[in-house]
Design a protein around this ligand. Structure first.
Ligand SMILES: C[S@@+](CC[C@H](N)C(=O)[O-])C[C@H]1O[C@@H](n2cnc3c(N)ncnc32)[C@H](O)[C@@H]1O
Length: 423
């Protein structure tokens, strides 16, 4: 790790540290029970904890302010460390909750049989408003709408409120894209007119089989007892807490790359989190729709001001979104500080990018924010990204895309570790 004393001397050209490049192929199946964009590799949590412990840090609790689908939640559970995760996206927190529990395989099988029995007896045929929701009709054919409706009703009827219901809803959520007209693997909401959607009963059966296998794998590891809490909340609105954590490990959203609300619209609609998925764009950091005038950019962060000014010359709209992103990122550093115990650590994983020739040095912006906030012992390392990002290209608008004609973006990312000093 490279110790940073002066942010002006930092640039992204530091050497890659091979010890932070691990293949992701060995990840536990439980990490894969639901697709989620921009997950970080699972090994990072145990690796950062052991790195800090080697340096005599006490890590008895972990927080993740952008917990996404709960990669750090599951890894904290395996380490036997208490955990507090936040994410604004209710689909993310549903998955994170599902992943951080251990289940009785016998009970999963029994509940599954019950749900299918309920579906087959046909008593849920009565259409309700969801059957008529315009967006649902846009994405699904009539036959699949009825089957999905029955499956969902079955889950609610058979599983009482609690961890098994969360698990089955997660399975349900993960089959939605395959059962719809959504272009396979696309990170843009796009209809594939030639697609033959999967049968929901078949997809659900396979998904439950996969979950059972994942659960059996976890049971062999016998995770120690720890308290895992996951909350659906905008991190920018959290109030100071009495119970703080020793380590915040997180990866912030990328700038104007993924629209999480749009990407998860099938799940949010079916699970009834909102009537209009666009509602969930509000507050999401890095959303293209969040803009701020760069003239009113009040944060004291020279690196971000320079980037925003450069962007303004090539794309005014983009410079406003990036302005808002940097503004929010800076607030995130404040929130991290207030969530940490004295002598606690923040570990942020972030990638740099470029847009229309302007280098967007997110790592440097973050390091400057850490310094301004009073964090000490700031260290940084660079790692290669392996298969984490399925979509290493940006299209003309700056969004991630699978299209190889686009501009290639992230091949590396940075891990920045900083200490909150004692008073
Ligand atoms: C890069 S992803 C994190 C992925 C996570 N490390 C994982 O392995 O799944 C960034 C996350 O930030 C969340 N997010 C964006 N704006 C937020 C906000 N204002 N408050 C809390 N979470 C937010 C997104 O919903 C997304 O899940």
């Amino acid at each position: 790790m490279l110790r940073i004393k002066n942010v002006q001397h930092f640039n992204g050209n530091i050497e890659v540290n091979d010890s932070w490049n691990f293949p992701e192929s060995k990840e536990l199946l439980m990490h894969k029970i639901h697709a989620y964009p921009a997950k970080f590799p699972a090994f990072l949590t145990p690796k950062i904890v052991s790195y800090l412990k080697e340096n005599r840090a006490q890590i008895n609790s972990i927080g993740d302010i952008f917990c996404g689908c709960g990669t750090s939640a599951l890894e904290s559970k395996l380490l036997g460390i208490d955990y507090l995760g936040y994410d604004i996206n209710p689909v993310a927190t549903l998955i994170a909750k599902a992943k951080s529990n251990v289940y009785s395989t016998k009970k999963i099988k029994e509940l599954y049989e019950e749900i299918i029995k309920e579906c087959n007896n046909g008593k849920f045929l009565t259409p309700n408003k969801i059957l008529f929701h315009e967006r649902i009709r846009y994405w699904f054919n009539e036959d699949n709408i009825v089957k999905l409706y029955r499956l969902q009703k079955g889950i609610y009827n058979v599983c009482p409120d609690g961890k098994y219901r969360v698990l089955f809803l997660t399975a349900f959520s993960n089959i939605l894209k395959a059962c719809s007209k959504w272009l396979t693997k696309s990170i843009k909401p796009q209809v594939d007119p030639n697609k033959i959607p999967l049968d929901p009963y078949l997809a659900f059966k396979r998904q439950i089989r996969f979950i059972i296998e994942a659960n059996e794998e976890i049971k062999c590891i016998q995770p120690k007892n720890s308290i895992i809490k996951v909350k659906t909340q905008n991190i920018l609105n959290i109030k100071p807490r009495k119970n703080k954590v020793d380590l915040v490990i997180t990866s912030p959203p990328y700038v104007t790359s993924y629209e999480y609300a749009d990407l998860h619209q099938l799940s949010t609609l079916w699970l009834g989190f909102v009537d209009d998925y666009k509602e969930l764009r509000k507050g999401t950091i890095g959303s293209e729709y969040a803009k701020a005038e760069h003239e009113t950019f009040l944060i004291n962060n020279e690196t971000s001001q320079t980037i925003v000014k450069e962007l303004f010359k090539v794309d005014k709209g983009k410079s406003k979104s990036v302005t808002k992103y940097f503004y929010d990122l800076d607030k995130t550093v404040d929130k991290t500080y207030s969530l940490l115990n004295e002598n606690g650590y923040a570990a942020f994983v972030i990638g740099n990018t470029s847009y229309k020739g302007v280098y967007i040095d997110n790592a440097k912006v973050l390091i400057e924010s850490f310094m301004n906030k009073g964090f000490k012992n700031i260290e940084v390392t660079k790692r290669k990204i392996s298969s984490k990002i399925l979509t290493p290209y940006r299209d003309k608008t700056g969004k991630f895309s699978n299209n190889k004609k686009g501009e290639k973006v992230y091949s590396h990312e940075f891990i920045i570790i900083a200490k909150k000093p004692s008073r």
